[in-house]
Design a protein around this ligand. Structure first.
Ligand code: GAL
Length: 852
């Protein structure tokens, strides 16, 4: 009741605001069996996920513009409950959490929004997006037919909907939101919840619909989503998917553009040829809405990463990289795919598809209605290229590719033939003595007076510590207020104890994870950690004890709370035992001894990460401790000049968290290495992709570079604070900026023309030949030199091209002539310009250029 009473004024305010806003025209969004229908017209839409808290408000317009330039119509975001309601009933929609501002920024760019409220979101986000306080509501059971849970879920969902309505952001109000999601992939796990799970799912659907947003709702991965909710597909491929009713359109809410990174894992990537294939197959086979998850992945700032062990970088190998730079050729090739699909839109919305076999593993799909006709020709063979005959014409189809024919005759794009340019990126390391544009050093204190440090004491130091018999689960104890929980006990050694072998005893510590440090009498005795696939720790080592009182302090740390799976909210962490001393004559089980608990670090209580708070803890000395656990470090630096994205390379440090001017840039852990095996040098895009198919950086740190958003920096002096858990040497860290290195492209005579050269005038497509296009990535830049050009049979990749047996002598001069001194250029790939260095051979042009 109380909640309802509170909500009334918000709704009333919404109506008032609407009346005041007046101007914007309402858009009517419905659907039929083919597509979303916007103002009476079916639409073929391309969408991409950008999660607002994974970047900063100053980055949003640029990211959204790049998405628009990449051919997106819709931006999808989850809504993250935990950041909006950190304390029950206290809402926060400020700064990076300003959802309405994000939605408005999308509207300003002229794009639509798909708002996936969840409020369970998964998303590799801490606790799947649920605030921790939810767990402590008496009688609560998450994501099932449970009144306390449903009350809270409805309250928050209503709050979000009312906030959006209040700002006039639904399409029905003239705003950009055309679609909304409730729950998330519940169908993947609902069997575990039995009949109450089904009842909950139906309740969630009804609750959402009753919120009366005026736009359709979807449930992803929910085969039995009740009408009018649309059940949608998530996965690497969704062309085989069919919605659960003949009146619903085929929609793909998560096309995974890559995969997420774990600390201790290799770096996943997904070749764009395969991603483009999946996209084209989806539209070929009747889909009309697909969303890249992620289009920009961004950064898991603060302690927002899920777990366990989700890394701080959420780059995802997305078309826009973590830092906000376009990733080429991924972004460019997908833009071309989107343009090709859009050329087909008139045919796609006019009719249903009809498919025919073109031989084994080859399929044509035609959309023909009256004077419009579009066709897709697919070769789904993972190995062999094919030549097929379609409408009396021969078409070459590379293995695992789709050709798109917006007029049913001419191929404007093949998903395996990339016309887009490729760029390499360069991390520029800044020396501490590098002079910034304002004349200051990057790290003056480091160069001049070094680092200050503060020692985090071992064991219990807070007054509010709690003593209890037995071992307590960590998340129930800390409520995730900190990653850290101290478990402390002491034992009285007489000398003839059965668990002793001389002065030694074997200590066993079993923990649910995620990271453990063992201290005996104030000294580190060892540490252990779980992994993303198994967070359990069983630590066993001989320790040395002294006669009399001995202190055992165990520091348990979480690295992101679980975010996926049935009952993920109940997956525990911390030292639940047994904890045991053993020797030749017996054992001492400490599991039910008296333990004293301390939640969090003393430095956290003292806000050592906040430079505005002066603390006597800090010691300024050139002789700061290195490679010792539990140390806070602090220095000052000057922001790197210019506007290139900034990162810190934490090589040299162990594991910890870092703050820039008091804002957390997330956990760092450069010593957590990927397994030695499982990587491939160059990943074959042909054949079905899976998250472990294409991995990089085996045997290397999962993540060394950590993004520092530009808006965290200020002119003049900036503060950097680190909390180091394991031990490291902060003098080894460096600041880096990220920029585009070379700009390259390789286009063959067999490629279709550049998509932009296809002119549709009165359904007649005119073609020019294939061309290689280069464009400098930054405004104001021009192509300053051509580092490599070869026409013939060049091989290699950007930065390491080499001439083949066949190569024209004129390549360099022709390309220089066309490209040097301009910001973009287009060079026809044809022997007409280069001479024919080898008749009868399919030739290609490869170029590497520098922009400055
Ligand atoms: C899906 C989920 C997303 C995300 C993705 C993996 O199952 O819906 O939120 O977690 O997996 O990145």
């Amino acid at each position: 009741m109380a909640a309802t009473a509170l909500l009334l004024p918000v709704a009333a305010a919404a109506v008032l605001l609407l009346c005041l806003a007046g101007g914007s025209r309402a858009t009517n969004v419905t659907y039929d069996h083919r597509a979303l229908v916007i103002d009476g017209v079916r639409r073929v839409l391309v969408s991409g996920s950008i999660h607002y808290p994974r970047s900063t408000p100053d980055m949003w317009p640029g990211l959204i513009q790049k998405a628009k330039d990449g051919g997106l119509d819709v931006i999808e975001t989850y809504v993250f409950w935990d950041i909006h309601e950190p304390v029950r009933g206290q809402y926060d929609f400020e700064g990076r959490k300003d959802l309405a501002a994000f939605v408005k920024a999308v509207a300003d760019a002229g794009l639509y929004v798909h708002l996936r409220i969840g409020p369970y979101v998964c998303a590799e986000w801490n606790y799947g997006g649920f605030p921790l306080w939810l767990h402590f509501i008496p009688g609560i059971k998450f994501r099932t037919d449970n009144e306390p849970f449903k009350t809270e879920m409805q309250r928050f969902t209503t709050k979000v909907v009312d906030t959006m309505k209040g700002a006039g952001l639904y399409a029905s109000q003239g705003g950009p939101i055309i679609l909304s999601q409730i729950e998330n992939e519940y169908g993947n796990i609902d069997a575990a919840y039995g009949a109450p799970g089904k009842a909950y799912m139906r309740w969630a659907a009804g609750m959402a619909v009753a919120l009366d947003t005026g736009v359709p709702w979807v449930m992803c991965q929910q085969d039995d989503a009740p009408d009018p909710l649309i059940n949608t597909c998530n996965g690497f491929y969704c062309d085989n998917f069919t919605p659960n009713s003949a009146s619903k359109p085929k929609m793909w809410t998560e096309n995974w553009s890559g995969w997420f990174l774990s600390f201790g894992g290799a770096v996943p990537y997904r070749p764009v040829e395969d991603l483009a294939f999946a996209v084209a197959r989806f539209y070929q086979r009747g889909g009309t809405f697909q969303n890249y998850y992620m289009y920009h992945g961004g950064t898991n700032l603060d302690r927002s990463s899920g777990g366990p062990f989700i890394a701080t970088s959420y780059d995802y190998d997305a078309p826009i990289d973590e830092y906000g730079l376009v990733r080429q050729p991924k972004w460019g090739h997908l833009r071309d795919v989107h343009k090709a699909i859009k050329l087909c839109e008139p045919a796609l919305i006019a009719t249903d598809p009809s498919s025919m076999s073109l031989g084994q593993n080859a399929e044509a799909t035609v959309y023909k209605a009256g004077s419009v006709c579009a066709a897709f020709l697919a070769n789904i063979d993972g190995q062999s290229d094919k030549t097929v005959t379609f409408n009396g014409k021969m078409y070459k189809l590379p293995a695992w590719s789709v050709s798109i024919l917006p007029d049913c005759k001419n191929v404007v794009l093949n998903t395996a033939q990339i016309n887009s340019q490729v760029t390499s990126s360069e991390m520029r390391y800044l020396e501490s003595s590098t002079v910034a544009s304002d004349g200051s050093f990057i790290t003056p204190e480091l160069a001049v007076s070094g680092w200050s440090y503060a020692i985090e004491p071992v064991g219990i130091t807070k007054d509010n510590a709690l003593t209890k018999p037995g071992l307590m689960e960590q998340i129930n104890t800390t409520a995730d207020a900190s990653d850290f929980l101290w478990y402390s006990t002491s034992i009285d050694v007489k000398g003839d104890d059965p668990y002793l072998n001389g002065s030694q005893s074997n200590l066993l510590v079993n923990s649910l994870g995620h990271v453990l440090q063992v201290y005996v009498n104030g000294k580190i005795a060892g540490s252990a950690q779980g992994s993303a696939s198994n967070s359990l720790i069983s630590w066993r080592r001989p320790i040395t004890l002294v006669p009399g009182k001995n202190k055992i302090d165990l520091l348990s740390a979480t690295v992101g709370l679980s975010n996926y799976g049935a009952f993920f909210d109940l997956v525990g962490a911390g030292i639940t035992g047994p904890v045991k001393l053993s020797g030749p004559n017996g054992a001492l089980d400490l599991s039910s001894a008296q333990w004293t608990y301390q939640i969090g670090l003393r430095g956290e209580d003292l806000h050592l990460y906040d430079p505005s708070e002066v603390s006597p803890e800090w010691v300024s000395s050139n002789a700061y401790p290195i490679n010792q656990p539990l140390i806070w470090y602090k220095t000052k630096f000057t922001a790197p000049a210019g506007d290139d994205p900034v990162a810190i390379d934490f090589t040299g440090m162990g594991k910890g968290e870092a703050w820039v001017n008091g804002q957390s840039i997330g956990r760092y852990w450069p010593t957590n290495l990927a397994p030695q095996s499982g990587c491939v040098n160059s990943c074959n895009y042909r054949g079905s992709y899976s998250s472990s198919k294409c991995l990089r950086k085996c045997g290397q740190p999962s993540q060394t570079l950590y993004h520092v958003p530009r808006s965290f920096l200020q002119p003049g002096s900036n503060d950097l604070v680190l909390f180091e858990q394991f031990g490291g040497d902060p003098s080894k860290i460096s600041f880096v900026t990220k920029q585009t290195g070379s700009v390259c492209a390789q286009v063959s005579e067999a490629h279709p023309a550049q998509i932009d050269s296809w002119i549709s005038s009165q359904q007649k497509m005119q073609r020019s030949g294939p061309a290689l296009r280069l464009e400098c990535p930054k405004e104001g830049q021009v192509i300053s030199s051509i580092k490599f050009a070869s026409y013939g049979t060049p091989s290699g990749t950007c930065g390491s091209y080499s001439h083949g047996e066949c190569s024209s002598t004129q390549a360099l001069s022709v390309v220089q002539e066309a490209c040097v001194g301009v910001s973009s250029c287009s060079v026809p790939v044809s022997s007409y310009y280069f001479g024919d260095p080898c008749t009868g051979v399919t030739k290609s042009l490869a170029v590497e250029a520098k922009c400055s």
